[in-house]
Design a protein around this ligand. Sequence first.
Ligand code: SF4
Ligand code: SF4
Length: 118
Amino acid sequence: MYNCAKCPGYCCSYDLIPLTKRDVERLAQHFGLGFREARRKFTVERDGEKYAMRRKKDEIFGKVCRFFDTEARRCTVYQARPSTCRTYPGGRCGYYDFLCSERNRQEDPDFIATTWSS
Ligand code: SF4
Ligand code: SF4
């Protein structure tokens, strides 16, 4: 249905990646930090979310999750990733469908779509 290994990680570039308190606790445990330090290092409070993932610059999408490896294009905290990342995309991945469609159409297996909307 979709193959994240062949994708540049579009979903990790979402503007708002909300975390639960349990997600922050899991990341704190993963890095051997206290809750307050993990919250400060990894999250910001915005758009009504108490814990929104901090982001960093990315050449392809502009900004991505702070835990995304921008060279390898993969998550660096897979075992400790937040619940929203564990359940996404659920069924089919719309971005991946679009990406494959464009790669076929353009006969370019490396084509990267930087924008997409469902
Ligand atoms: S956008 Fe889809 S295919 Fe790409 S990393 Fe996310 S879930 Fe995987
Ligand atoms: S925690 Fe991992 S899977 Fe979730 S948005 Fe960040 S890099 Fe992507």
